[in-house]
Design a binder for this molecule. Structure first.
Ligand SMILES: [Zn+2]
Length: 206
C-alpha cells in the first residue's frame, strides 16, 4: 500500500464513521465528540499531560481511554479527540505497550500523519471545504481572504486547519501565510470579540 492509498483509506473511514455517528459539520463540537466517545466505549481521562504531548490513546484488555492536553483551546482539542479516534479504529494492534503518545515530536511518523488526515476529514470533509473555496470566488488568496473564509465556515476549525487545507488543495503555496497572525488580523478587520473587549475594559484591581 502506498502512502496515498493509506491516506485515502483513512479519509474513506472517516466519512464512514461520520455517517455512522450522524456527524454534521455545522453542529460538531466537543459535546458531540464526547458523545461519540461514549458510544464507542472510550473514556476521556482528566490526566495532566506534559506540554509536549497533545493527546494520548491507551488500550488494554478491552479498556480504552484517551487523555487530551487541557490547555488547548476548543478547536485544537476537538482535533486531538478526532485524531485519537483514528488510533482507536485503526492502530490498536500496532501500538506497543497499548499506549500511543501524540505530539510535535513524533508528528512526522506515518501513524501520526494518518491520524491528522483522519481527524481533518472527520471534522470537515475535504469535498465540503473545496465547495466553500469554490463558492468564495477568490482566485489569488490573501490573508484577508483566509479570515473571511474561516469566518464563513460552520466547522469548528483553527486557522492552522484552514491554511493546511488551502495548501493541500494547491490554492496557496506551502507556508505562504506562516508569518501572519490571523487572530490579530481578524480583530483588525472585524473588531475585538465582545467577551474580549469586556475583559480588556475591566480596570486593574477588579
Ligand atoms: Zn496520534
Amino acid at each position: 500500500m502506498t502512502r496515498d492509498e493509506y491516506f485515502e483509506g483513512l479519509k474513506a473511514l472517516a466519512r464512514e464513521k461520520r455517517r455512522y455517528h450522524a456527524v454534521r459539520t455545522d453542529s460538531f463540537g466537543l459535546r458531540e465528540i464526547r458523545q461519540i466517545y461514549k458510544t464507542e466505549g472510550i473514556r476521556i481521562d482528566p490526566w495532566p499531560l506534559p506540554t509536549k504531548i497533545k493527546g494520548l490513546y491507551m488500550c488494554a484488555d478491552g479498556d480504552y481511554s484517551v487523555a487530551v492536553q487541557r490547555t488547548l483551546p476548543d478547536e485544537p482539542k476537538l482535533f486531538v479527540l478526532a485524531h485519537e479516534l483514528k488510533h482507536h479504529y485503526v492502530d490498536q494492534e500496532k501500538i506497543a505497550n497499548g499506549v500511543v503518545h501524540c505530539g510535535e515530536y513524533n508528528r512526522n511518523e506515518l501513524i501520526e500523519i494518518g491520524a491528522e488526515v483522519f481527524a481533518a476529514e472527520f471534522i470537515f470533509p475535504e469535498h465540503e471545504f473545496a465547495d466553500l473555496v469554490k463558492a468564495s470566488g477568490v482566485s489569488t488568496w490573501r490573508a484577508e481572504d483566509v479570515v473571511r473564509l474561516k469566518r464563513g465556515t460552520p466547522a469548528k476549525i483553527s486557522y492552522m486547519f484552514v491554511q493546511k487545507r488551502l495548501e493541500r488543495l494547491g490554492v496557496v503555496e506551502r507556508g505562504a501565510f506562516s508569518t501572519v497572525r490571523f487572530k490579530k488580523l481578524e480583530e483588525q478587520m472585524f473588531g475585538v470579540p465582545f467577551w474580549k473587549a469586556r475583559a480588556r475594559r475591566r480596570p486593574i484591581g477588579y
